[in-house]
Design a protein around this ligand. Structure first.
Ligand code: FEO
Length: 396
């Protein structure tokens, strides 16, 4: 496996092939925790660490290039434990290393770990560290992904260690974009954006404005492959995702008890399918939230169906809508539907979630008692046609 980014700069992280859950994010293709080693003529820096259980791999990877006692700096760009979990063990193993981070990160780390005895070098926006012929420059990237997030730029190589930005939860033996399956990489980058970045679009935009002024030959995120040949592709995708640019796509999500709401969902799809737009139907029993939000991010309009259960909506639908509400996909149009027995609450509550994240409601909840009759199914088809009309208005 080629781990050399440029001469004397190496990937030293860990590829987590089996991980399938990342704080609720379903990582169906695993992940990686990218750490890097930068050797200057005088000093050596490790950029970030890995999840705590895998720190021995990090140590071994570093030791393949230099003694651990030769490490002068361990840069911590971000305190989230997928990147800082290995830091206490690395500090213990590298007796001559200073921890380099910003003040907010020092505070966060001191609330995560026992930092007694750690040596610190606190850096501010734009400050540099000279490694001897190589310069590390630091930029704050607040809320990309946490308040303390920053990135590190290796000036002489025009190489940006971009932390979570431009990452993918994607396990591969390839370290670079031009070695990996680019279609899979882009799919995972999109999933990552929808599930991690979507809520922080404004901070990412602010960071991008700052960072894109730099000369960039290579961009090395903290998850997934390193961008050295196709950075334009991920950058253009970020620009489209950033505005949640809709495509001609309609999405229908549903939970069902006795197939009544399912029949309604299928009628919505039937109506939408009369137009030449992409239509996708998801039963939440078989579809995780990670996939749902990825599909919603670039749809033009969607519908959610849930029956009433115990005077509320179905718990699986509530969980999914809670997840979507947290990520706040912008500019969507939608409606709710569903069956009930004796007290109609489910579809109305689902509509409340839609309103809570700013959806424009296309039609009041379509409801039916027990089982949909033909008039109800036609109302669903008509609502589906209206969603397709919205999708057709999107520039192809
Ligand atoms: Fe990959 Fe926000 O940590």
């Amino acid at each position: 496996m080629n781990t050399e980014l440029v001469k004397n700069v190496h990937w030293v992280g860990y590829v987590d092939w089996p991980v399938r859950d990342f704080h609720g994010y379903q990582t169906k293709r695993g992940s990686s925790y990218n750490a890097y080693l930068v050797k200057g003529e005088a000093k050596i820096a490790v950029i970030d660490t890995v999840k705590a259980p895998y720190v021995e791999y990090l140590k071994r990877n570093v030791a393949a290039h230099c003694g651990l006692d030769a490490v002068d700096y361990i840069v911590c760009n971000h305190a989230e434990p997928d990147h800082s979990g290995g830091l206490p063990a690395m500090v213990a193993a590298c007796p001559n290393a200073m921890v380099v981070c910003n003040a907010k990160c020092q505070d966060a780390l001191s609330h995560h770990y026992d930092v007694t005895g750690w040596k610190w070098q606190i850096v501010k926006e734009g400050e540099t560290i000279d490694l001897g012929g190589r310069t590390l420059k630091f930029f704050d990237t607040v809320m990309c992904h946490w308040p303390e997030s920053m990135v590190t730029y290796l000036e002489e190589e025009a190489l940006l260690f971009s932390m979570d930005i431009f990452g993918q939860h994607y396990a591969t033996y390839c370290r670079f974009d031009d070695e990996a399956n680019l279609e899979e990489v882009m799919q995972e980058a999109k999933t990552y954006y929808a599930n991690i970045v979507l809520l922080y679009q404004k901070p990412v935009e602010a960071a991008a404005k700052k960072l894109l002024g730099l000369k960039l030959k290579m961009v090395a995120p903290s998850h997934g492959v390193i961008w050295r040949s196709h950075f334009d592709k991920i950058l253009n995708a970020y620009l489209a995702w950033h505005v949640s640019k809709p495509t001609r796509k309609v999405v229908v999500l549903y939970s069902t008890m006795w197939q009544s709401t399912q029949k309604m969902a299928e009628a919505v799809v039937q109506g939408a399918n009369e137009s030449n737009v992409e239509v996708k139907l998801f039963d939440l029993k078989a579809t995780g939230d990670t996939e749902v939000i990825t599909e919603l991010m670039d749809c033009a309009a969607f519908a959610v169906g849930t029956p009433t259960l115990n005077q509320s909506l179905m718990p699986r639908m509530a969980a999914c809508l809670t997840y979507i509400r947290g990520l706040k996909p912008a500019g969507k149009k939608a409606f709710a539907f569903g069956s009930y027995g004796w007290a109609s609450k489910g579809a109305q509550e689902a509509e409340g979630y839609l309103k809570a994240f700013g959806c424009e409601i296309t039609t009041p909840p379509i409801i039916c008692r027990y089982s949909p009759d033909e008039a109800t199914l036609e109302a669903c088809r008509e609502a589906g046609r209206a969603l397709a009309k919205i999708a057709l208005e999107v520039e192809a």
